[in-house]
Design a protein around this ligand. Structure first.
Ligand code: ATP
Length: 485
């Protein structure tokens, strides 16, 4: 997990909040520092629990019971696990125990609302079909221990999540959790777009709990180490801060849909939609699809045109670095007023041509979207920013480019190395258009299949809200590659 900024804590006398309790007959020592609770059980090695990982702390004077709960990685590369410690405190330390739990709770939830009210949608059939068991065993205990109230709905079919989001009572929930892959989130955001108060609906922070096959959104928010860790995702649901993000307006045959992650054609759509029958492989199916597609090495017959804003790779890389140095307080979403509650109007006409560029090289694939990771093995948009008002477009030309080159450069795909490849056109645009030049092909929108027909995509700046523990996408992009430029 990347380093989170330590909380700025009030000064206090540390000796007052360093106490002992009997936990299952073992003397357990709790010592609060400015960034962590250090717990030493018996003669064991002390556990350093970052305050962000503490989810509950209480003292019950009638039975002199000190209760602390946190999530911790017990093994270096293992998942986060929920730990409860209920300890008996000596009478002489009762006051100190009360003070310890109050201080721990104040600091562990600094600027974060306690007891969040969560709407939870669970797709029992997402990914490898284990969402219900995972929720019951790993997610619900963490959320309940943190005192969250849960309104849980199991989706029964495609469209349920859309309907729920469309009529979500606003103001009743602090966040919406999607125990699913990215497909259900696509439905939720489209439900918000069709809500009676769309802008306000979009202010409901969404937090993914990754139980799908790709889980790109979770990877982008939590990073490669924690992106598939449902306990890390639960911690983000409890403690993450609202982060405004751009989404896209996708218009096809006069119908507007919201896309939040990616649009893919050519090889990149084949490896997603062409591998639906291989869901049992988990996210390895994407790599399998990639190799299968590279063996075929089919050109993608489309006309791409765009309204470009930036295509200097070095500049886009520098912008990424400077965005990461901003503090999260500079990124607080602005309140939407009632009067401004309709969806933003399209600024780009469908027949507008001024300021548009037509890309003329033959393409292996076109990939456009937001959020660096599209899968665990593939950082497709390494310089993507959550709220720059632009869409990142990757156009992989087949000119001067061989199958061997592609395979070689895909070795570094998890770290975004392809970005620096000269035959890969990477640009940021306000909008783009696709005209298919052949009859057959796949079009993937956020991993879902759409007709292989003409469409236009435009950015809807900072419309949606996600919960984030970082305030940016947690996808470190290699500086070493940049310095080679
Ligand atoms: N009970 C259900 N039975 C079948 N399909 C469902 C059900 N509930 C929702 N769906 C549909 O399943 C689709 C995929 O769901 P989800 O996003 O959870 O997983 P996934 O597609 O495996 O993961 P990823 O999108 O990460 O590849 C959603 O688009 C949704 O419409």
């Amino acid at each position: 997990m990347a380093e989170l900024a330590p909380y700025a804590l009030p000064s206090t006398s540390m000796s007052d909040i360093d106490i002992e309790a009997q936990v299952h007959g073992k003397v357990t020592r709790y010592c609060l520092t400015s960034t962590a609770l250090i717990v030493t059980i018996g003669n064991k090695k002390p556990q350093t629990v970052p305050l962000r990982n503490v989810i509950a702390a209480s003292y019950h004077p009638d039975v002199r019971l000190l209760k602390v709960a946190y999530v911790l990685r017990k093994k270096k590369k293992g998942p986060l696990e929920l730990v409860y410690l209920d300890g008996q405190v000596e009478e002489s330390r009762a006051e100190a125990a009360g003070k310890l739990t109050k201080t721990v709770l104040d600091w562990a939830y600094k600027d974060i609302k306690l007891n969040r009210r969560l709407k939870v949608l669970i797709n029992p059939h997402g990914g490898v079909g284990k969402a219900v068991a995972v929720f019951n065993k790993l997610v619900e205990p963490v959320l309940r221990t943190a005192g969250c109230s849960l309104d849980v709905v199991y989706t029964k079919k495609t469209g349920d999540a859309y309907e729920i989001a469309k009529s979500l009572p606003l103001g009743e929930f602090d966040a919406l959790l999607s125990v699913s892959g990215d497909g259900l989130i696509h439905e939720v955001l489209n439900g918000f777009a069709n809500h009676a108060y769309p802008r306000k609906a979009f202010q409901t922070p969404v937090a993914p709990i990754p139980t799908g096959s790709g889980n790109g959104l979770s990877l982008n928010l939590l990073g490669i180490e924690d992106g598939f860790d449902v306990v890390a995702a639960s911690l983000n649901a409890i403690k993450g801060s609202p982060m405004p993000v751009d989404v896209f307006s996708f218009t096809q045959n006069g119908k507007q849909t919201v896309s939040f992650m990616s649009q893919a054609l050519g090889l990149m759509a084949d490896l997603d939609l062409g591998t639906e029958d291989l869901r049992w492989m988990g996210d390895s199916r994407f790599m399998y699809g990639l190799f299968r597609g590279l063996i075929k090495f089919k050109s993608c017959h489309i006309q791409l045109s765009y309204k470009v804003v930036e295509q200097d790779k070095r500049k886009m890389f520098d912008n990424l670095k400077s965005r990461r140095s901003q503090t999260s307080s500079e990124l607080i979403p602005s309140e939407i007023q009632d009067a401004d509650s309709s969806l933003p109007k399209s600024k780009v006409g469908l027949d507008e041509t001024e300021g548009w560029t037509i890309f003329s090289e033959p393409l292996l694939y076109l990939y456009a979207g937001k959020g660096p990771y599209v899968a665990r093995d593939f950082m497709a948009f390494p310089v993507s920013l959550p709220d720059d008002g632009l869409i990142d477009i990757v156009a992989q030309s087949t000119t001067n480019f061989s199958r061997t080159d592609v395979l070689a450069s895909f070795g570094g795909a998890p770290k975004g190395d392809l970005y620096w490849n000269d035959s890969l056109h990477y640009l940021k645009a306000e909008a783009y258009r696709i005209k298919p030049l052949s009859k057959k092909g796949y079009l993937s929108i956020d991993g879902e299949s759409y007709p292989f027909e003409e469409f236009q995509v435009e950015v809807l700046p900072r419309l949606a809200t996600l919960l984030s523990s970082y305030g940016y996408y947690n996808a470190p992009f290699d500086d070493v590659k940049a310095s080679k430029q």
